[in-house]
Design a binder for this molecule. Structure first.
Ligand SMILES: [Fe+2]
Length: 424
């Protein structure tokens, strides 16, 4: 008798197979504009080569799903466990992260062959009876790959920004720049009280989004839209980057050590600023949300504006009844867009990730998952701040109200911006 628990709902398995196919095809499409050289070079230790992203996401399925759950699965190449393991100590030794750009071999074509090999095996696995735990790992692997789709784009932007030719990842279609004033920011009131925070219900969530628990919020107000480039230019013009009273000590040290005087990728031109984008060098649109900020910059701006950053709990409480729709990667725009006209909270999802004032810490009663995937989030819960809402390079459908992204406070190569809050 087979004691293995099998997944009960065939419909759910069909959905899972469709999700898998969709995610894998999207990654393949993201690689299409890239040559082997584009996909191999690493622009800084924090960024990974596109080829590495394409292989590592494949390694995740091979290591976490196929090797343990598909009988007689042949590894594509046993050396790949060393090359494409990211940070899973329990899965073995790995190639050092800052040296991922040294991997001129395997070629990009070999990585695509690796992807095909794993996809064929996953096809076999998903057509049969699937262990409940294996199904959960496939789902996790799909959401993991979506995270890497975003990283592939942010890392390619960082790489192309180092190239004096300023290559465009996607055909440079200059977008209309809104010169007129965008609507004045409005603040929406929230009464506070004891609220429920964290993922609930049956849909997918990462372990760090739970358990659902109670949080006490004081009454607060939240800006109806993101801070715009026009507002950021005012901050610069008012000496924002030169006034130590606005900055956290670490932030002040950082901007002086690095010579930061504007968001990452900005360059002054005669009538304003231009910036490197996934569509090449483009004029900075004053009405679009400011992007590529560190936490330090977001925090300093909030102080300059006599406001503050929201906590992640305030953000989640405000977002919980809003559908997670916005300017995501699927729009193909790959740039933040100005706030649309409308009432209520705008731009809560998409465009740019929103820095919050909250540390990426475990929620009460948090327990990492069992096994190697327990290393996924829990071990990163120190020295990082939470960002909410997704960005213009986040796959649509990937984020939700409880979703917690996290980065160290000096990171700014992600599409990171801010929304202001204040005490009521
Ligand atoms: Fe990963």
């Amino acid at each position: 008798m087979d004691a293995t628990p099998i997944i009960q709902a065939a419909a759910k398995l069909k959905d899972l197979a469709a999700l898998y196919r969709d995610v894998r095809q999207t990654s393949r499409a993201l690689g299409l504009p890239l040559s082997d050289a584009d996909a191999t070079v690493q622009s800084m230790p924090d960024a990974s080569p596109a080829k590495w992203h394409l292989a590592h996401t494949t390694w995740f399925f091979e290591t976490m799903v196929l090797a343990p759950y598909l009988p007689d699965y042949p590894l594509f190449d046993p050396a790949y466990n060393y090359l494409f393991n990211s940070y899973y100590e329990s899965v073995g030794a790995r190639h050092p992260r800052p040296r991922r750009g040294m991997l001129t071999r395997p070629s990009l074509d070999a990585v695509y062959a690796y992807r095909e090999h794993v996809d064929l095996a996953m096809d076999r696995l998903l057509q049969g009876r699937v262990d409940v735990q294996a199904a959960a790992l496939v789902e996790l692997g799909c959401h993991h790959e979506q995270q890497h789709q975003e990283l592939l784009l942010t890392d390619i932007l960082h790489l192309f920004a180092q190239n004096p030719l300023r290559p465009a990842y996607k055909a440079p279609e200059p977008l209309p720049v809104q010169r007129e004033n965008s609507a004045a920011v409005r603040y929406l009131e929230f009464g506070g009280g004891i609220v429920e925070i964290g993922h609930g219900g049956n849909g997918f969530a990462f372990d760090s989004e739970g358990p659902r628990h109670r949080v006490l919020l004081e009454p607060f107000r939240l800006a109806d839209r993101l801070v715009s480039n026009r507002e950021w230019v005012e901050f610069i013009a008012d000496g924002g980057y030169r006034n130590p009273l606005l900055w956290l000590s670490e932030g002040w040290a950082k901007i002086n050590a690095e010579g930061w005087t504007a968001p990452l990728y900005w360059e002054p031109v005669e009538d304003g600023y231009c910036a490197m984008t996934l569509r090449g060098m483009q004029a900075v649109d004053p009405a679009a949300p400011v992007a590529h900020l560190s936490y330090y910059e977001a925090d300093a701006y909030a102080r300059w504006a006599a406001r503050r950053l929201p906590t992640e709990f305030e953000w989640e409480h405000a977002a919980r009844d809003l559908p997670p729709v916005g300017n995501f990667a699927d729009s193909g725009r790959l740039r933040p867009r100005p706030a649309p006209a409308g009432e209520g909270l705008l731009q809560m999802y998409g465009d740019v990730w929103q820095w919050t004032a909250s540390a990426f810490s475990p929620y009460p009663r948090f327990r990492p998952a069992e096994g190697a995937v327990g290393e996924y989030n829990g071990k990163f819960m120190s020295g990082q701040l939470v960002l909410r809402g997704g960005s213009c390079v986040t796959p649509a459908g990937h984020v939700r109200a409880s979703y917690r992204n996290f980065f160290p406070p000096d990171a700014r190569w992600q599409f990171s911006g801010l929304r202001l809050a204040e005490d009521l």
